[in-house]
Design a protein around this ligand. Sequence first.
Ligand code: PMP
Length: 479
Amino acid sequence: MIKFHITRNNLTVEGTEVKKYCLRNIVKMDIFEHINRLREDDRKYIWHPFTQMKEWVEEPPVIITEAKDCFIKDIKGTWYLDGVSSLWVNIHGHGRREINDAIKAQLDKVSHTTLLGLANVPSIELAKRLVDITPEGLSRVFYSDNGSTSVEVALKMAFQYWKHKGVKSRNTFIALNNAYHGDTLGAVSAGGVDIFHETFGPLLFRTFRAPSPYCYRCELKREPDSCKTACLEVMEEILKRHSDEIAGVILEPLVQAAGGMICAPGGYLKGVRDLCSRYDVLLILDEVATGFGRTGKMFACEHEDVVPDIICLSKGLTGGYLPLAATICTDEIHEAFLGEFREMKTFFHGHSYTGNQLGCVAGLACLDIFENDRTVEKLQPGIALFNKWLKEVEKLDHVGDARAWGMMGGVELVKDKDIKEEYPWEEKMGWQVVYKAREKGVFLRPLGNIIVIMPPLVISEENFNLMLEIISNAIQEIT
Ligand code: PMP
């Protein structure tokens, strides 16, 4: 592995593997002209996701041209530590030879054929591996392309499962406040972040809402030490009255990520599992963000020995190299869909790129690295460092709460710590901190007033330390 050191904004690289920015493709064009043209064309042609485009066009976009290990480089040659793993997907670092080689080798065989009516080698091998590493009982893999579709699949699968069991009334789900499950309409129906989801209200299906396990801002106004997870009691009330209408409970185990890196207290997840079993509803765990080592175990549900009926995986599934998702269910669910052709029990769902070979070989290579490098076992020093830093940063005047499960965490900035007063949305306090950190060499993306920290799992202690120090300094300078 190459060793990197950041000196102020710039990165120096030890070793010979990383090439300096090279003009080989544009020898005849002036570099500044080239950069300006790309910037203009970005502003002119691209609609960026979750972005106010009026503001976007006012600033020159950072255009990424290269990445190595935990760093990304822009077109001007500035390197940044990738503090959010390229939106939470990168696990083993950028440019991992093993993943690159696997994709290159597959390219020479076949890039894509459909899984509708055909099978292919990488998708079979990956499905077997996924069944091996996910909790016992999850046994059947349905592929799709991204986190949102993995959730759509899970919701439709759970819904149709009950129909096949002869239960017609279970037409909705329990979802949590502050939940985020993706941007397709089914996933948005299960979402609970008003800023993202409220606009689409008229298009959504109805769900029952349970409180978010957000201890710092408890909806039930309880104190964490004495509440005994009162939010579970509310969920139980809903189940008592409406379980015959509910196909399943859907939640992000341990961390409600896009809702603000909200960390559930220990025991909450197990409590939900028990309720689902007691009231005979399915448990769908969306491990799109928490899966693949992020929380310190391969899957978050392992922390509490919970086995869901359906698990949704994406993001880290390919190590962050290609879009791929898997929704994995139990035999019992899969068997409910078996029948004669004329019985119409088929799961009528599928995408053009379902089971894509390139994505699946990337997934296999990613799992090989997990095994060979013992990635999860090696996380403990990084997690200890992170927890120590969180305790320190929480002492700052404008940090209300600093929380994490494993290597995924968030720092909640507040205007007034005593009364937990939030900074007004328009002040963009999270963004101000993030821009300051970027000036110092760390790339982040906030969620409102929450600074999200989720580096690739392979980040070295030295670089993680540096990153955390830069974030503390940025917070202090801005707040
Ligand atoms: N579920 C969770 C828990 C997520 O965090 C996300 C994305 N941040 C999604 C689903 C949606 O994934 P995608 O953006 O790949 O559609």
